[in-house]
Design a protein around this ligand. Structure first.
Ligand code: IVH
Length: 635
């Protein structure tokens, strides 16, 4: 059963091509869990049930790598790639060299040891000679095989190397959650991956959506392989996740072209890369080339130039989020073009960051995109100061309601404590109607501002009392938009329980936790009755979320909102799985891009999944259909 589950796991997370539904997978895993509870003597470290993380550790042990983990020499431009190639040709005597070119994943290097085909230990790179034992945390990464596919030739011990990374979307979501929670945000996906791997509680790592690409072999006790490319194939057969953009090419010219083409396209990848790695393919040539003290002579890292821009920081404005967190944001004049978009502002997160980087209003600043996505002020250019620049001070009163702001001892953020603060209400309404929550089309910030100005809503439950007559009074809302909004609000009454739980904006309850809660309790009533043991027993729900849920339901105002939502006919239970609709899209994989005419992308995805199909973010060999709407990206 363990093997069967691992196989499904591999199909889902490595092959991107599952053959059973998520609920069938869950059923298998639950059955295994219950068997292991009854017969604990059969529970092993490589059981798929062990991926969720167990006890809290006090620190990490140290691991000596069987072979040192080298770092790479860098090439910063085409000329340096050509120089590298010339050195390789000089030493090997070859006229033209065969190279493997791989994306340089911007994550954390790890080494994994498998004994008799089982994952036994994983470590960080450390100083290259020894690193930290982070086996428990690595085990939570679903694309990391706990057991190798042994029908293929298997040495008794093998150590492989790879890069753990956090996909861009997961990074953005994690930071958004942390921002709301008043916690420090991660500067880029690499830091987020590193921070997640260094958690003493593997349960926390398990929630972090990490992934891993394997790119090479360390120590191995037998097996004769002649080229790096063959190694990659072998690793793939054992069940490791290998990057699909790896390429075998003859001569440095095509290598240069490939590097430059990724320099232009890197934004389109769902994960961050900071360059490419060029490796001599033939292992005998690699051996002849050897290494310097720090790095092998048979490989080089082509590093992309950092995309940076200079502009003037014109103003720092402070906004108030849904949970009251005050966020300073820098406004630029002029806006600058960076990694494909025009950037007019950057979140400065909190006072500490502004002080640490000595960022002043009026400064000339350098702007970069962290992990290609989130604009950030990385430094000021103090030489250009005129003396007119102003040091920023955090307001002591909420800019929206005037309440005195507070700071909890363990947090970096200041908060507006007023639960009825209009800025907090505005953000709660935006969140309530957003796509992942109640998905109310037409309830954007502009409409919400009008509703608030005209005092039509004071609470999310008031949305369900809005009438066409009231809406048409609003100066900037026509008959048709009013009717559409009423219809969209009406439709939101039928959203599933998980969306409602997410929409309520309970602190720390993101979309994933909301799904886990809905699945476990089935109704909001049952959730409200739950005690902390019930909550803590759910995978993915820890002490912090538990406390926050109990606080939320302990507040009279929240109970009254829920009661009013229920009276308004909003669904409060989990939908039973629909009677099997035709599964005519089973086995087909779709990529959606651009604006679709009759659906939002989330709706199209739901419709495809309901019929057994799968939706992925990027095009691969397994893509069956690309659905391209208006203004599609380059997909
Ligand atoms: S090969 C001796 N391949 O980049 C060969 N490294 O300094 C050593 N990295 O920290 C590395 N993607 O973790 C290799 N496809 C790839 C890589 C890669 C990312 C990281 C690696 C190391 C750094 C190189």
């Amino acid at each position: 059963m363990r093997r069967q589950i691992e196989e499904h796991n591999w199909r889902y997370y490595v092959q991107d091509d599952p053959v059973i539904t998520d609920s069938e997978y869950d059923r298998l895993l639950r059955e295994l869990e219950s068997l292991e509870t009854s017969y604990p003597e059969y529970r092993t470290a490589d059981s798929p049930t062990q991926r969720i993380g167990g006890a809290v550790r006090s620190g990490f042990g140290s691991v000596r790598h069987k072979m040192p983990l080298y770092s790479l020499a860098n090439a910063f431009n085409t000329q340096e790639l050509l120089d590298f190639d010339r050195r390789v040709r000089n030493i090997t005597g070859l006229e033209q060299v065969e190279y493997v070119v791989e994306l340089k994943i911007d994550g954390v290097a790890v080494s994994l040891t498998y004994e008799q085909g089982r994952f036994t230990q994983g470590a960080t790179r450390g100083d290259g000679v020894s690193g930290e034992d982070i086996s428990d945390n690595l085990r939570t990464i679903r694309s990391l095989p706990l057991r190798l596919q042994t029908q293929h030739e298997l040495p008794s011990v093998v150590e492989v190397r790879g890069e753990v990374f956090m996909p861009k979307e997961a990074f953005a979501n994690l930071n958004a959650e942390r921002e709301e929670a008043g916690e420090a945000v991660f500067a880029n996906p690499r830091n987020a991956a590193a921070g997640s791997l260094r958690q003493l509680e593997a349960k926390v790592t398990a929630r972090r959506a990490l992934d891993i690409f394997i790119y090479g072999i360390g120590a191995i006790d037998r097996l004769t392989i002649l080229s790096h490319w063959e190694w990659l194939q072998q690793l793939q057969r054992w069940g490791f996740k290998i990057n699909t953009h790896n390429k075998l090419m003859m001569g440095i010219e095509s290598v240069v072209d490939y590097c430059l083409s990724w320099q232009r396209q890197r934004q389109e990848l769902p994960y961050a890369i900071d360059g490419l790695v060029v490796k001599v393919n033939d292992l005998r040539s690699q051996h002849r080339l050897g290494s310097t003290a720090k790095s092998p002579r048979w490989a080089v890292a082509y590093k992309f130039p950092a995309e940076q821009a200079k502009t003037r920081l014109k103003e720092i404005v402070v906004t108030v989020g849904r949970t009251g967190v005050l966020t300073p944001t820098a406004l630029f004049d002029p806006p600058v073009r960076l990694a494909g978009t025009l950037v007019g502002k950057a979140v400065l997160h909190n006072e500490d960051i502004i002080r640490a980087r000595d960022i002043r209003v009026g400064d000339l600043v350098r702007v970069e995109k962290a992990g290609d996505i989130i604009p950030e002020v990385v430094a000021t250019i103090p030489e250009h100061r005129s003396g007119q620049e102003r040091v920023f001070v955090m307001p002591t009163l909420c800019p929206a309601c005037g309440a005195e702001v507070v700071k909890l001892p363990e947090e970096v953020a200041w908060r507006c404590p007023n639960v009825s603060c209009p800025a907090r209400l505005r953000e709660s309404l935006i969140h309530f109607g957003s796509r992942g929550a109640m998905d109310i089309d037409g309830l954007g910030p502009a409409t919400i501002d009008q509703l608030l100005e005209n005092r039509l809503v004071k609470n999310v439950a008031d949305l369900y009392g809005l009438t066409q007559t009231a809406l048409v009074q609003l100066p900037r809302l026509g008959d048709k938009s009013a009717a559409n909004l009423i219809a969209a609000i009406d439709a939101s009454r039928n959203r599933d329980l998980d969306r409602l739980l997410f929409a309520l904006g309970i602190r720390y309850v993101g979309a994933t936790a909301a799904r886990a809660l809905a699945k476990h309790f089935g109704s909001i009533k049952a959730l409200m009755k739950a005690n902390s043991d019930d909550l803590l027993s759910i995978s993915g729900i820890g002490a912090k979320i538990t406390a926050s849920i109990q606080d939320f339901f302990g507040e009279e105002r929240n109970l009254s909102t829920i009661k009013r939502l229920e009276e308004a006919g909003v669904n409060m239970v989990k939908a039973s799985p629909p009677p099997t609709t035709s599964q005519r899209l089973a086995g087909k994989t779709f990529v959606l891009t651009g604006a679709l005419a009759a659906f939002t992308r989330a709706q199209a995805q739901a419709a495809i999944e309901k019929r057994g199909g799968k939706v992925t973010d990027s095009i691969s060999r397994r893509t069956s259909f690309v659905v391209a709407g208006n203004n599609p990206g380059s997909k």
